[in-house]
Design a protein around this ligand. Structure first.
Ligand code: FES
Ligand code: FES
Length: 181
């Protein structure tokens, strides 16, 4: 459990309407891509996405909708795919957070990222980090996923640019490569 901070900022209290209590803040550690980060005095309600990007400056995790609807902010939380904008950062204290940057050195994610580039599945690239995390997760669980399963697995990841055809082609290319086809 993160420690609730006891101190308050005198100036901050002055900005609150009369009768409103100051927002609770907490301090905790996050483990992201194998590195430990100390987070001091974060709002208790801060999302994992906002702490990753705005506090820890880990901007490979993309912020698009902040409502759990687009998948741009996808990370693995103890190996489970989540939209980091829907997770409280303080709740991730004891977990291993893996972003696309943490996946990159390993073989499967490298192959997925390379296939995205080769197959033209990247245009603006805003959705790409989340897509690569989601595809890597899918192929780890279902290496032979068929088209329907791939579409279902990526249904939470919105791409505004590619029309998805090249993304599906990239997933098939990784599967073919692994199968030696
Ligand atoms: S920014 Fe998290 S799902 Fe869109
Ligand atoms: S490439 Fe632009 S959102 Fe997917």
């Amino acid at each position: 459990m993160p420690a609730t901070d006891t101190g308050s900022t005198p100036g901050a209290a002055l900005e609150l309407a009369p009768g409103l209590a100051p927002e609770p803040t907490v301090s905790y550690q996050l483990r992201v891509d194998g590195a430990r980060h100390q987070v001091h005095g974060a709002w208790l309600g801060a999302s994992l996405l906002s702490v990753l990007r705005d506090t820890l400056d880990l901007t490979t995790v993309k912020d698009a909708c902040e409502q759990g609807r687009c998948g741009s902010c996808s990370v693995l939380l103890d190996g489970r795919l989540v939209a980091s904008c829907t997770v409280l950062a303080a709740d991730a204290e004891d977990a291993e957070v893996t972003s696309v940057a943490g996946l990159r050195p390993s073989g499967p994610a490298r192959a997925v990222a390379a296939a995205f580039v080769r197959e033209g599945a990247v245009q603006c690239g805003y959705c790409t980090p989340g897509m690569v995390v989601a595809v890597t997760d899918l192929l780890a669980r279902r290496p032979d996923a068929d088209d329907g399963e791939v579409r279902e697995a990526l249904s939470g990841n919105i791409c505004r640019c590619t029309g998805y055809g090249r993304i599906l082609a990239a997933v098939r290319a990784v599967q073919d490569e692994r199968a030696g086809r």
